[in-house]
Design a protein around this ligand. Structure first.
Ligand code: C2E
Ligand code: MG
Ligand code: MG
Ligand code: MG
Length: 284
């Protein structure tokens, strides 16, 4: 009896495993085709100067419009894309698309900036600098209008090499932001060697700043540290007026989050940019 149950459990387990593996393989197969089938869409989330209401930048966030599963979030497919290496061509497409789109918006909002996420695989690839240079050139976007977002963990494998890559990128004239700051394990002593211009305080700290004293203290210290290192600092995931008030009191003046806007498809973002007084857009 016990033996039989054991076998049944084992078979259940195996079929669940098979299902997972099959699903994953199917998704990876679909992901391989997704670029040529034009299934990716870039959404844009405003980065706001809270004191003035100015939108100074837009972060490009990719979505996958799957033919049968509907919209798939990057949290689901970016890890798979990263493992399979597909993130390299996908990331290149996002970069080029975002540069071209922001260039179009610059006709109306000349100082608008583009922020694009770089995965670890992309950051470590040999021709990264050429690809970024090419994306800027094709879009005719000025280098200083592009922010590349990397995470602390991306820099961890080989810090010296990461610093060298950051300098190579900087020499193009672009700017680098450290994304999800506080969630990685990078030593603060490295921070001063990183040629970055902005820290992005991770959403997980911002979420509870009004209820959790520890998170409030962490956020206040990160803002103060960023300022003394002469870095810009932006809070991610700002959802409430109370969070906004706390952050502004601590002199964090750049914000991103649902309180201002969710990531939007081009047409919706276009409406939003035009709705906000033109003179308020892109003047930091
Ligand atoms: P991230 O770069 O830290 O982007 C911020 C994420 O937080 C986005 O999720 C955004 O939609 C979400 N978010 C923004 N404001 C709020 C808020 O107020 N509340 C909440 N709950 N969430 C907010 P999304 O678009 O699902 O992207 C998740 C992650 O996927 C990104 O985190 C980034 O690491 C990665 N990702 C997205 N697009 C790309 C891409 O083109 N290339 C690479 N390499 N990674 C990407
Ligand atoms: Mg980001
Ligand atoms: Mg982030
Ligand atoms: Mg993140």
């Amino acid at each position: 009896r016990a033996k039989e149950n054991g076998r049944n459990n084992y078979q259940l387990f195996q079929s669940a495993m098979n299902k997972k593996v099959t699903e994953r393989l199917t998704l990876e197969h679909d992901l391989r085709k997704a670029l040529e089938r034009n299934e990716f869409v870039v959404y844009y989330q405003p980065q706001v100067n809270a004191a003035t209401g100015e939108v100074f930048g837009l972060e490009a966030l990719v979505r996958w419009q799957h033919p049968t599963r509907g919209m798939i979030s990057p949290a689901e497919f970016i890890p798979l894309a990263e493992e399979s290496g597909l993130i390299v061509p996908i990331g290149e497409w996002v970069l080029k698309t975002a540069c071209q789109q922001v260039k179009r918006w610059q006709r109306v909002f000349p100082n608008l900036r583009a922020a694009v996420n770089l995965s670890a695989r992309q950051f470590q690839s040999d021709n990264l600098v050429e690809i970024v240079a090419q994306a800027l050139e094709e879009a005719e976007l000025q280098a200083h209008c592009l922010d590349l977002e990397i995470t602390e963990s991306t820099t961890m494998h080989n810090v010296d090499r990461a610093i060298a890559t950051m300098h190579d990128l900087k020499s193009l004239g672009i700017q680098i932001s450290l994304d999800d700051f506080g969630t990685g394990y990078s030593s603060l002593s490295y921070l001063k060697h990183f040629p970055i211009h902005m820290l992005k305080i991770d959403r997980s700290f911002v979420r509870d700043i009004t209820t959790d004293e520890d998170d409030a203290a962490i956020v206040a210290s990160v803002i103060a540290m960023a300022h003394s290192l002469k870095l810009n600092v932006i809070a991610e995931g700002v959802e409430t007026e109370e969070q906004l008030a706390y952050l502004m009191e601590r002199r964090c003046d750049q914000m991103q989050g649902y309180l201002f806007s969710q990531p939007l498809p081009v047409e919706k973002c276009d409406e939003l940019l035009h709705f906000i007084n033109k003179t308020q857009v892109g003047t930091v």
